[in-house]
Design a protein around this ligand. Structure first.
Ligand SMILES: Cc1ncc(COP(=O)(O)O)c(C=O)c1O
Length: 367
């Protein structure tokens, strides 16, 4: 763990994380494999920490990252689980780098399949690939007919093993839209099967689909959000903490921070926290969010600055310099959920946690 002096850090509860992964396993059943999605530094939770914990606890069968770079970091840290690169591999030189680090690529064109075959020849080994079908996400993936045509060509390309077929769901809150995506995907699976092409890992489901509908599970599910406890019924793994490093009495009428957007309506105790938007605590939270001190909600006053944020602790009279402050997560009976901060910023929990910058040390707690 990195040594740090500035008292701002994110605690990562590895017991909660492992508990969440095990709960996902129980909910989807023992025959279905779990790919733990750890892209974007495990949604800000520290990909190395989370991946090693999941591997040690045998709580995941696969890991999903977004790029070769993310996969290389995990391999460098000693992660041995199979890793799928969920993003596109371009330029094609990255195929060689992926193979050299035993990272499984996704293929979504004949051109990229040929490049993988070329890399396999150069490395004198077989490379597993997963073929991506676009059923409505419109990001990376081949339309069903094109994916079928590609899959039928794969046996002609030596050095490739057709290990997986996947799609990504675009609107899981809409059951009809999702059903149509799944039906299109199943048609591809069935047509391939008739041709004797049966990749062992067929997958489509993110957290919402894995937990919400059994028809989306196939052979493997790809949860991110639920594993981090950012989904109904799961335990949040991340707590963003800081400490009160300065307290002053603001007389009635005093203003706080840039633009003087907050003015004391009464004599107030104002505390300063050494955290700001440079840490990923959004400036959009200025004058809106609450921070927990001594189990009480204290409002953010004035603008969040790059490195520091002020809160009004008048309602927490026992608050002292050196006390812990929780900006995201639970303190005693009080909680500031990630979803609340996301809503205040007009965004989604994914963005709120991935925004936490590298300046914030991640501190593992739990086993
Ligand atoms: C291809 C893919 N699969 C799975 C996931 C995990 O989704 P969730 O975090 O909603 O479970 C993502 C996340 O964006 C993704 O891009």
């Amino acid at each position: 763990m990195r040594r740090f002096f500035r008292p701002t850090w994110a605690e990562i509860d590895l017991s909660a994380l492992i508990g969440n992964l095990r709960l996902i396993r129980r909910r989807v059943g023992p025959r279905i494999k779990v790919m733990f999605v750890v892209k974007a530094n495990a949604y800000g939770h520290d990909a190395v920490l989370c991946s090693l914990a999941a591997e040690r606890a045998r709580a995941a069968d696969w890991l999903g990252v977004s790029s070769v770079e993310e996969g290389i970091v995990l391999r460098g840290a000693g992660v041995r689980l199979p890793i799928l690169i969920l993003g596109s591999l371009y330029p094609f030189e990255s195929v060689l780098a992926a193979a050299a680090h035993d990272l499984t690529p996704i293929v979504a064109s004949l051109e990229s399949a040929k490049r993988v075959a070329e890399a396999a020849r150069r490395l004198r080994r077989t490379i597993n690939i997963h073929v991506k079908v676009d059923t409505g996400m419109g990001r990376i993936g081949m339309r069903p007919e094109a994916a079928l045509a590609l899959a039928r060509e794969l046996p002609l390309l030596r050095g490739i093993r057709f290990q997986g077929l996947l799609t990504h769901l675009a609107k899981t809150e809409d059951r009809t839209f999702t059903l149509r995506q799944l039906e299109d995907f199943k048609r591809v699976v069935a047509a391939l099967s008739r041709d004797g092409l049966r990749p062992p890992l067929v997958h489509a489901a993110n957290s919402a689909a894995a937990l919400g509908r059994s028809d989306a599970r196939f052979a493997l599910v790809r949860p991110g959000l639920a594993a981090y406890g950012l989904y109904e019924g799961f335990a949040p793994a991340l707590t963003l903490k800081s400490k009160l490093v300065y307290i002053k009495i603001a007389p009635k009428g005093a203003t706080v921070s840039y633009g003087a957007t907050w003015r004391a309506g009464r004599v107030s105790r104002i505390a300063t926290l050494p955290i700001g938007y440079g840490d990923g605590y959004s400036r959009a939270l200025s004058n809106k969010a609450s921070v927990l001190v001594g189990g009480k909600r204290c409002p953010v006053v004035g603008r969040v600055t790059m490195d520091q944020t002020m809160i009004d602790v008048t309602g927490a009279p026992r608050a002292r310099v050196g006390d812990d402050a929780v900006l995201m997560g639970r303190q005693d009976a009080a909680v500031v959920p990630v979803s609340e901060l996301a809503r205040l910023c007009g965004t989604i929990p994914y963005e709120t946690v991935t925004a936490l910058s590298s300046r914030v040390p991640r501190v593992p707690v739990g086993p």
